[in-house]
Structures are given as C-alpha cells and as structure tokens.
Design a protein around this ligand. Structure first.
Ligand code: CA
Length: 394
C-alpha cells in the first residue's frame, strides 16, 4: 500500500484535488483525481461506480453534499495509504474531455477587454454599449466543438471582408486568435422557470476550468452584426482537463470591482464575490500575458443568475465561460487582437514579429489561485496547436 509523495510546493496538493477523466492503454476512460503527479482511480479507490463513467456528469449531478463527502473521503485516502492498483503516474495516462458538455454560454465580463474590443471594432462610438454595466452580456456557443486540451485546432475557413475590401472573400481565417478565459460547470440542473439566484450558485456549480475560446477575428468582424458571434467562434473551444472543485477556490474569493450603477435586484447577492486567479498565456513557449481574473466586472454567480432569470433551464454539464480576461495593463490582455492592437503593434516571439496565429503555432494557457495557508492551487493548462485549413477552395 503506497503512500503518495506530495512536494510541499505542489500546485496539486491536498487542498486542490481536481477531478478529470483518464485512461491507460487498453482501458476505458473513467474518473480520477489528481494529487501531485499521481492520478487516483476513484472507482477503484472508493468503490463507487459513479466514478466508473467516462464523464464527470453523473457525479456532478449528485450535488454539493455528495461533492463534500467525496472530497472528505479522498482527503482521508491521500493522507493514508492507497491500493497500488488505484494509482497511476500522470505521465502514463491519457486525459479526456472531463464532461459531456450540455449547453455552452460565453460571457463578456471583463471591462478592460470589452473596452479594448469596442475601440477596435467600433472606433467611432462609445467602446462600451449602453447595456454593458447593467447586465452580463453573453451569447450561446457550440457545445459539440468543446475539446480537451491537446486537441489540434484546424484553422477555420469562412467569409472575410476587411473594411477596405469592396466584397467578402472565402478562405482560411487570416486573423486567428485566442481568448483566455475561465469556465464554470453546472452540476445540479435547474428546471424551466427556476431562477438560480446569486446566493444559490454553490448549490449548482461544481467547479472551474481554463478555457481558450479560439476566435477568427476576420470572420467574426464581418458576421457579428446584428446577432453576435457565430462561425468566428464555433469551430473550437478548448478546456483544461482538470476540473477544480469550488471547494478548492474558497481562499481565492475576493470582492468584485465596484459595480456602478448598482445592478438590478436579481443580480445582487449577499456578497459580490470574484476570484483572485492569475492566468498565464504562452505563445510557442514564450509568456506574452498574465491576465488577472480579479478585475472581472461581473461575477460567475451573476452570470448564472442572468442565464436563468428569463425561465431558461440549466443542465448537468452546462459550461459557461467568463469571456476574455484582460487587466488594465498591456501585458495583462487575454487576446492577441488586444495585445497587438488589431495587428498594428506586432509582438516579438523568439525574434519574429507576430500578430495573429500562424499554422504550427501552439498556445498554452494556465492558471493559479491562492489556496489555504499560503498554498497555491493549480488549474493545469489548456493547450492547442494550429493546423492548416482543410478542404478545397470554394
Ligand atoms: Ca470568448
């Protein structure tokens, strides 16, 4: 019965315990929990068949009491001895998409990002639209193209029309970009007509992941008026394989920035809590940005309350993402369109001037949160490499 070695500075210590879905050669995917660089097979270690499923959905649907009980049992296991058959080296497992994603909604909750994008997309008007400080602006994305970290991203094709061009043309996107975001996963669903108030967030939401909402800016800029993003976003959204339980993010809770004007009552909770999480964006191995989640204007609880206030139901596996995380400084911007100011200000990547993504480029986004007692909680990373567009010209 081995004891797991947990380095004191591990980002995956006993206060983290994220869930994922893994397999080893010749075995079916199942739920595991990560501790340091070890994966614990939970069905084998705890004898609960809810963890034998190839997604987290059945466990997420059980609700916060079951989540707390499982976390307590896993903590006890990790402090003691675990059967060797339930332990795997991280390096020996394949990580899969951890959830069967039901609906996918993406918000736009960073004031800095919304302001920057407003200036770039609508240079002749106010950067923030009149609704922006009254409601968390969002749109419905495409759940079937949510992929796990490590999945190659095929450059999308579509209609593009630069402002100076007289007519649109069709072809591979010339302005392929990233969006560094956090995503939140609904575990306990809600019925049609049932509102999840900001104070009920933790009754429904299971945990968080890092998201890269790949975006084709040229396709987006031409198509988005007046109904919002469509094909410029729906070709791929990558998420990190480890789902950080809300319980591991207690020490990361902070107040949101001041909200003025005060939101309508349905968007007010007892406390407006955000999260002190720092992301890191690497472009071909070079750190280009450190977006701080702490600056996000709208809280995750407000986003979920807004999603359900019209009577819309939620499902186990619903993913809602924050929108691009950008801070006030240039090196805190979570998208390349902002970092390079629409391509006008290239950045240096290993001696090359770069603006948007080229074929073969790889982007890795990671995140770290404060944990209890000076520890740190790692999210791991979401990574993707761009491969050339496919198909004949049309
Ligand atoms: Ca986005």
């Amino acid at each position: 019965m081995p004891v797991i070695d947990i380095p004191a500075d591990s980002l995956f210590g006993i206060d983290n315990l994220p869930y994922g879905v893994f397999s080893t050669p010749g075995t079916t995917p199942r739920v595991g929990v990560r501790i340091a660089d070890t994966v614990i097979d939970l069905a084998a270690a705890l004898g609960d068949t809810v963890f034998a499923h190839p997604t987290l959905n059945p466990f997420m649907a059980r609700g916060p009491r079951a989540w707390a009980e499982a976390r307590a049992r896993i903590t006890e296991l990790v402090r003691g001895e675990i059967p060797a058959r339930a332990l795997f080296d991280l390096a020996d497992v394949t990580l899969h998409l951890p959830v069967d994603v039901a609906d996918y909604v993406d918000f736009y909750a960073s004031e800095h990002h919304a302001t920057n994008l407003g200036r770039l997309f609508r240079p002749d008007s106010d950067p923030l639209m009149p609704n922006w400080k009254h409601l968390p602006v969002g749109y419905h994305g495409r759940s079937s193209t949510v992929v796990v970290s490590g999945t190659d991203i095929v450059r999308p094709r579509g209609q593009r029309k630069a402002p100076a061009e007289a007519a649109p043309s069709f072809g591979p996107s010339r302005r392929l970009d990233i969006e560094a975001e956090l995503g939140f996963l609904v575990g306990v669903p809600s019925k049609p007509g049932e509102v999840i108030t900001p104070d009920e967030f933790a009754e429904h939401v299971f945990g968080a992941v890092v998201v890269n909402d790949w975006s084709a800016r040229d396709i987006q800029a031409w198509e988005y008026v007046p109904l919002g993003p469509f094909l410029g976003k729906s070709f791929a959204t990558s998420i990190s394989p480890w789902v950080i339980p809300l319980a591991a993010l207690e020490a990361a809770r902070i107040d949101t920035p001041a909200q003025d004007p005060e939101p309508l009552p349905y968007l007010r909770g007892r406390e407006k809590w955000g999260l002190d999480i720092e992301l890191t964006v690497e472009w071909n191995g070079h750190t280009v940005s450190r977006p701080p989640y702490a600056h996000m204007y709208w809280s995750p609880a407000q986003m979920l309350a807004h999603t359900t206030i019209n009577g819309a139901a939620t499902s186990t596996g619903d993913l809602f993402a924050s929108g691009t995380i950008s801070g006030p400084e240039k090196d805190q911007r979570g998208a390349f369109i902002e970092l390079t100011w629409g391509g006008a200000e290239p950045i240096d990547i290993a001696g090359e001037d770069r603006t948007f993504l080229e074929d073969g480029d790889e982007v890795t986004i990671s995140a770290v949160a404060p944990g209890p007692g000076g520890t740190r909680i790692g999210f791991g990373e979401v990574r993707g490499r761009i491969t050339p567009a496919i198909g004949a010209e049309i």
